[in-house]
Write a protein that binds this ligand. Structure first.
Ligand SMILES: *Cc1c(COP(=O)(O)O)cnc(C)c1O
Length: 417
């Protein structure tokens, strides 16, 4: 890379205001890793190498006139950290480039982003279609909060092509999908859904939390908006909550306006952590995926295991699609243990290295039992509908040595017999 190319990667003059002209860089030949590491705010007069933390609630004006100009948005500038903050804007800008999106805005959490999209883009009388295998809280927002605002919904099985077509009504405005899905790792056909959205003029929204832009870029497959819970792989070290909305400028602008008014903004500290985390996303994802490959292969050959789910396993019902859409299979592995719910609980209690916690996408490997934790708010029938059987265990495979993880699983399988 030449010197001039490198200079172009340093962007984000302070302050980049979402909804205003974005500073552009050439995506051209610059690779994902370089963009993730070399995109950063312009240096201050201190010439710092690492971006400083702008832990400030508000920003000053040089004059009453400048204040008035910034308030009326005639002059670009930071005003108040609920509106813009250099750290939050840098994080959103970096993720925007990595997803190949037109615009982006950061949110306090993944759920804040999901709720913002619905609240900013829908109104009473609208209808949405969503896949049934989605994150538990996303499902609750759709089926217990949106109806209070007169917004109706239909859930569809991710792989039910006809079901998607049938679910669309004249009042349908938006299609929401998560792929791979939580926790059963079903794959949505991003291009099929894109065509459906174009034909029916729907806003096409994809939760890309499990794959991250390193493995999958839904905008290239036609998505209008991509959502992230940055709490997961983007932080990747289980420290902070955060989220983002990336995609078409008119939709992101409407979301930014809603966030600015209602306060779903990302904290500068969390943004600073998340911006740094993006620098190591690619290397971390490589290891998450190679460790997960070893674990799923080990589990597939185990007599105590009924079934294993991993997107890049040839045994996955949507293997070909997963290969087409995702660079690697991801860091999550699902499996159904023999012996049902009690065996699942005994197995978790016997693990020595794996953490028992509700998070995922951490450096530390985590084992969860969705039936009793993340999806416990769903009825048993609802759980079964989305493929969560009583003995289903979800591994979020971390960055420890794969052999140690396999040994831990091996001893816990023996001890829980
Ligand atoms: C965790 C998660 C969310 C919600 O994100 P928070 O940061 O916890 O609010 C949304 N979607 C998926 C797929 C998730 O795993």
């Amino acid at each position: 890379m030449t010197e001039s190319q490198l200079n172009e990667v340093f962007l984000c003059p302070l302050p980049p205001v979402p909804g205003k002209k974005q500073n552009t860089i050439r995506m051209g030949k610059i690779h994902f890793e370089t963009l993730a590491i070399r995109t950063q705010s312009e240096r201050t007069h201190q010439k710092e190498h690492s971006v400083p933390l702008y832990l400030t609630s508000s920003f000053t004006f040089d004059s009453a006139e400048e204040g008035a100009g910034i308030f009326s948005e005639e002059i670009e500038g930071n005003l108040y950290s609920r509106f813009t903050n250099p750290n939050s804007d840098e994080f959103a800008e970096k993720l925007r480039l990595l997803e190949g999106a037109e615009a982006g805005v950061a949110t306090a959490t993944g759920m804040a982003g999901i709720y913002t999209v619905f609240a900013a883009l829908l109104k009473t009388g609208d209808h949405i279609v969503a896949s049934s295998a989605i994150f538990g809280s996303s499902k609750k927002v759709i089926d217990s909060i949106l109806p209070n605002h007169g917004i109706e919904f239909t859930f569809v099985d991710v792989d039910d092509t006809e079901g998607w077509e049938k679910a669309i009504q004249p009042s349908t405005k938006l299609l929401f999908v998560e792929t791979p899905s939580n926790p059963t790792l079903k794959i949505a056909d991003l291009e099929f859904l894109s065509n459906l959205c174009v034909q029916n003029e729907l806003i096409y929204v994809v939760d890309n939390c499990f794959a991250t832009p390193y493995l999958q870029q839904p905008i290239q497959h036609g998505a209008d908006l991509v959502l992230h819970s940055a709490t997961k792989y983007i932080d990747g070290q289980g420290r902070v909550l955060g989220g983002a909305i990336l995609g078409k400028k008119n939709y992101v602008d409407a979301c930014y306006d809603f966030i600015r008014k209602t306060g779903a903004s990302l904290s500068p500290f969390n943004a600073w952590v998340l911006s740094k985390s993006l620098e190591t996303l690619a290397v971390r994802m490589d290891r998450h995926c190679s460790n997960a490959e070893k674990i799923y292969q080990y589990l597939e050959n185990h007599e105590e295991v009924e079934k294993v789910i991993y997107p890049h396993s040839p045994s996955h019902p949507q293997y070909e699609l997963a290969k087409k859409q995702m660079k690697f299979g991801g860091g999550l592995v699902g499996c159904e243990l023999k012996g049902g719910k009690e065996r699942g609980a005994r197995f978790l209690n016997a693990l020595k290295i794996h953490s028992l916690t509700a998070n995922l996408g951490d450096t530390r490997s985590i084992a969860t039992h969705p039936a009793s934790t993340t999806h416990s708010k769903l009825s048993e029938a609802e759980q079964l509908e989305v493929g969560i059987t009583p003995g289903f265990i979800r591994f979020s495979v971390g960055l420890e040595h794969a052999d140690d993880l396999i040994e831990d699983i091996e001893q816990a399988l023996k001890a829980s017999k």
